[in-house]
Ligand binder design. Structure first.
Ligand code: FO1
Length: 311
């Protein structure tokens, strides 16, 4: 069993590659839920949905989020009613949020609702939210604290980041199956997701980081930073805002207490002595996943790194 930890867009690309080179039924993914929001009375889980839609083959590949070919008629009517319309919920996507919200109101947990949705979309990968308790990323900016999606989407990530807070994290518990998956995995992969606001909240759920330190499974991470820049999304802003250097090395340092091997892009191959001094083994590979071939190649690389610990 291979376990992956993922945020939304970057994580999904690697997960798609993994499903092409291994049995999807032997893959479990723990997904960040601290980006979740309640809007129009609906529980919206962007990272869970991005992972599920990608693995179901219905994701909008261009944008990275939402459903391919979706329309936005309901959203434009919400706008006419004076409701917030900055978060672009497509008509089909809205059906997912209506369904999930109804399931939660009927009394099932987020873990169960996630499973119902992924099965309905014929996804064979087991998808686990990091926690059933609500955790919300609050971005501390030079314009005051902002909920994550307001900072990113409504305000276009234009305010300087000074820090982050994960509201509700102390009272959260790993969702059922999460600690067992870490304990029993044959190998663990940290996807190239934002280390601060995608992987960070997963690691901050009480018990998860400790379980990663204790597991016998080898742990491999892939850098989301290439040549000192994040390819997509605001990883660079968050690293810099929290006082870290924007480099693959800084990402390796955030994981060094449990990490066995770090995959960096070939552009960062010169980091070898510094990363291996942490001490974390390092491999350089093509990490930019422009197309399906690249996703598959990187997935194979990650699996071969994991296999190197058992042979
Ligand atoms: N990202 C945007 O940049 N603009 C949007 O309007 C937007 C809407 C949206 C709707 C549903 C969904 O599942 C994701 C959506 N995202 C949107 C992506 C999301 O804000 C972030 O990419 C993730 O939360 C970061 O992992």
């Amino acid at each position: 069993m291979i376990l992956a930890l993922a945020g939304g867009i970057g994580g999904s690309k690697l997960l798609l590659g993994l499903t092409q080179v291994m049995d999807p039924a032997e893959l479990t993914v723990i997904v960040n839920t601290a980006d979740d929001l309640i809007l129009h009375g609906l529980t919206i889980c962007p990272d869970l949905d991005t992972v599920t839609y990608t693995l179901a083959g219905v994701a909008d590949q261009e944008r990275g989020w939402g459903i391919a070919g979706d329309t936005f008629n309901a959203l434009s009517w919400l706008g006419r009613y004076g409701r917030e319309d900055w978060f672009h919920l497509g008509d089909r996507d809205l059906a997912t949020h209506l369904h999930r919200t109804a399931l939660l109101r009927e009394g099932i947990t987020l873990t169960e609702a996630t499973d119902v949705i992924r099965r309905a979309l014929s996804v064979r990968v087991r998808i686990l939210p990091m926690s059933n308790e609500s955790v919300s990323t609050i971005v501390l900016t030079d314009h005051g604290p902002q909920p994550f999606q307001a900072y990113l989407v409504r305000d276009g990530a234009r305010h300087a980041v000074r820090g982050v807070r994960f509201e509700g994290i102390e009272a959260s518990r790993p969702a059922p199956g999460v600690l067992e998956a870490i304990e029993t995995a044959d190998g663990i992969i940290l996807c190239p997701s934002n280390p601060v606001i995608s992987i960070g909240p997963i690691l901050a759920v009480p018990g998860i980081r400790e379980a990663l330190k204790a597991t016998r499974a080898p742990i491999v991470a892939i850098s989301p930073v290439v040549g000192g820049r994040s390819l997509k999304g605001p990883t660079d802003k968050f690293l810099a805002g929290l006082g870290h250097e924007v480099s693959a090395l800084a990402v390796a340092q955030l994981y060094q207490d449990f990490l066995d091997l770090f995959i960096v892009d070939r552009l960062d191959a010169d980091l070898l002595p510094t990363i291996e001094a942490l001490p974390v083994r390092m491999r350089a590979a093509e990490t930019v996943m422009h197309n399906l071939e690249r996703k598959i190649a990187l997935a194979k690389e990650a699996l071969s790194c994991l296999a190197s610990f058992t042979t």
